[in-house]
Write a protein that binds this ligand. Structure first.
Ligand code: ATP
Ligand code: MG
Length: 581
């Protein structure tokens, strides 16, 4: 997956609606839609929907579906509904409904007043079930779930008719009424379609339409003790909403004949289902069941843990809606399953933050530096550029004084020849300030640990490169007396295995959780302005990466910074070549 330069420019321009004007060729769904518009199939209408089940928080895979459905509606001047497919009362909650609304809105999409719930259609679905019973197209079946499975047959063997298949219409109507009235226990009976027990597609072998479930539903309360199956709900919900293009992931391809059969049998409006490949990302899991397990077992801090691929996790981590939309645009839609390297997602946020995030200096692991020839009581204010990529962003003043912090990593006692940062007797430039020279290394007598560097500073070198010597390295620093003390959280991949779903027999995906996926650094030193950083604010810490103020754990004057992503720039390369010496 490689992005073109024009993609990059676009992703850098936050004002650009990136999913529209990429100038790329049409994807296969756009081709279908344009053909339908040409032939007038839906009178030129385009009406899509995003249909989450409210049984978990949305993840980046859902973002692909959201961008696709809302994006197509916008592109073809159509509409896109938000519909909660809430047919399973046991796993669904209002908390999920609320989080889904928030995430879709945050991604930048609007469904106006077109918010629907499959549960709002329960009465209509029930009436359609009765209609099918009356037409001899459905029957009440007393087989247990196990027996139903046994009767179903296999891919190579046809199934057998249920012994209850020939019940009279009257008996079926009566039993179905009593199912609804709550006369029978859970699982004792089902309503099934009379389709075709010999059909090569197993979904067509007299599928269950209704099951008995004495369960409280987050919206309909205790009104129902029979619930329609997802397969008896989804297609009809699309039909009720007069969806034109019902876009779903590939695993529903072999459900399409059943959805088609239901709407045709009922004689109702027929939307067209189109399947596309779901998004898979390396080093993470995307199944809601697994995400829920990680949350419930407290292996992560919650649905919005910054290590999770959830929208709320990515938001807390510092991702922007623009970056996620540009990622979804870049990966495109296809008909075959594939896995996208997580670096493609990381590049999308880098590009956006490179253009928009102000740069500041912070030292994650401070090493004290005393400039011995600098006056004790002096403070100078150095002019620092806020973002060279954005001339509008201007400059700021950063205090400089006798005692500074630099990064422990930026000093090496036994430095290789090409180590261009600080070493005993060596020189380095302090960003926006002077060239300093390391004169003495002070150590703790007991532990031998380096506690302080004593340096001299060349006062002639402010903003000037001396002609008599070459100083290659530039390092960041913070004035100790002015520093804001902050907490920083560094994240690594949540899993150590590129595909944690690809397991050998008996293996558990959780064994591949990365024990070092979170590193908390306390006592980091940041330039003073950062003490007032607000939750959600994003910065580039020079040379260290992009950081976002945590929206959950930050306190007034004590921000916690999440590293969104490290920098991919020349620093990474220089440092690599230095360590390779
Ligand atoms: P899970 O199987 O983990 O529960 P799901 O696909 O059932 O996830 P839904 O809430 O039903 O989750 O999904 C809502 C919509 O988002 C569906 O149209 C689904 O096809 C789409 N979707 C879900 N996961 C992905 C993914 N990884 N990539 C693209 N689209 C996805
Ligand atoms: Mg689903």
């Amino acid at each position: 997956m490689s992005a073109t330069d024009s993609d990059r420019r676009e992703a850098n321009d936050p004002s650009m609606p990136e999913s529209k004007n990429s100038g790329r060729s049409l994807n296969f769904i756009e081709q279908i839609i344009e053909e339908d518009m040409r032939t007038g199939k839906y009178q030129g209408r385009v009406h899509t929907r995003f249909p989450p089940e409210p049984n978990g928080y949305l993840h980046i895979g859902h973002a692909k579906s959201i961008c696709l459905n809302f994006g197509l509606a916008a592109k073809y001047k159509g509409l896109c509904n938000l519909r909660f497919d809430d047919t399973n009362p046991c796993k669904e909650e209002m908390e999920y409904v609320d989080s889904i609304r928030e995430d879709v809105r945050w991604l930048g999409f609007d469904w106006d007043d077109r918010e629907y719930f499959a549960s709002d259609y329960f009465e209509q679905l029930h009436d359609w079930a009765v209609q099918m019973i009356q037409a001899g197209q459905a029957f009440v079946c007393d087989l247990t779930p196990d027996q139903v499975r046994q009767y179903r047959g296999t891919l190579t063997e046809p199934g057998r008719n249920s012994p209850y298949r020939d019940r009279s219409v009257q008996e079926n109507l009566d039993l179905f009424r009593r199912m609804r009235a709550g006369e029978f226990p859970d699982g004792s009976r089902t309503l099934r379609a009379k389709a075709d027990m010999a059909h090569p597609n197993l979904n067509m072998r007299d599928p269950v339409m209704y099951r008995i479930l004495h369960a409280h539903h987050h919206r309909t309360g205790d009104r129902w003790c029979i619930y329609p199956m997802y397969d008896f709900t989804h297609g009809q919900s699309d039909s009720i909403e007069r969806i034109t293009h019902s876009i779903c992931t590939l695993e529903f391809e072999n459900h399409r004949p059943l959805y088609d059969w239901y709407v045709d049998t009922l004689g109702i409006y027929h939307p067209q289902q189109i399947e596309f490949a779901r998004l898979n990302l390396t080093y993470t899991v995307m199944s809601k069941r697994k995400l829920l397990e990680l949350v419930q077992k407290k292996l992560v801090s919650g649905w919005d843990d910054p290590r999770l691929p959830t929208i709320s996790g990515l938001r807390r981590r510092g991702y922007t809606p623009e970056a996620i939309r540009s990622f979804c645009d870049r990966i495109g839609v296809a008909k075959f399953n594939s896995t996208i390297d997580v670096t493609v997602l990381e590049n999308s946020i880098r590009e956006h933050l490179n253009a928009t995030a102000p740069r500041v200096m912070a030292v994650l692991r401070p090493l004290r530096v005393v400039i011995v020839n600098y006056p004790e009581d002096q403070t100078e204010y150095m002019e620092a550029v806020n973002n060279p990529e954005d001339p509008q962003s201007g400059t700021r003043e950063v205090p400089f004084s006798r005692v500074l912090y630099i990064e422990q990593d930026d000093f090496r006692e036994d430095a290789p020849r090409k180590f261009f940062r600080l070493k005993p007797g060596g020189e380095v430039r302090l960003r926006y300030a002077y060239i300093i020279k390391c004169e003495e290394v002070v150590k703790d007598e007991q532990t031998g640990e380096i506690t302080e560097l004593r340096c001299t500073c060349d006062m002639e070198t402010l903003g000037k490169q001396p002609e008599d010597r070459k100083v290659k390295g530039v390092i960041h620093w913070v004035s100790a007396a002015h520093a804001a003390e902050v907490e920083v959280r560094l994240y690594d991949r949540l899993f150590t295995k590129a595909d944690p779903d690809d397991l050998a027999e008996g293996e558990d995906y959780k064994t591949y959780l990365n024990p070092d996926s979170l590193q908390i650094l306390r006592g980091c030193a940041a330039e003073p302005g950062l003490a007032a950083a607000q939750p959600g604010e994003r910065f580039q810490f020079e040379r260290l990466g992009y950081f976002c103020v945590d929206s959950r754990d930050s306190r007034l004057g004590a921000p916690v910074f999440n590293r969104t992503v490290s920098l991919r720039d020349t620093w990474a390369k220089i440092e690599k070549s230095e360590t390779d010496q």
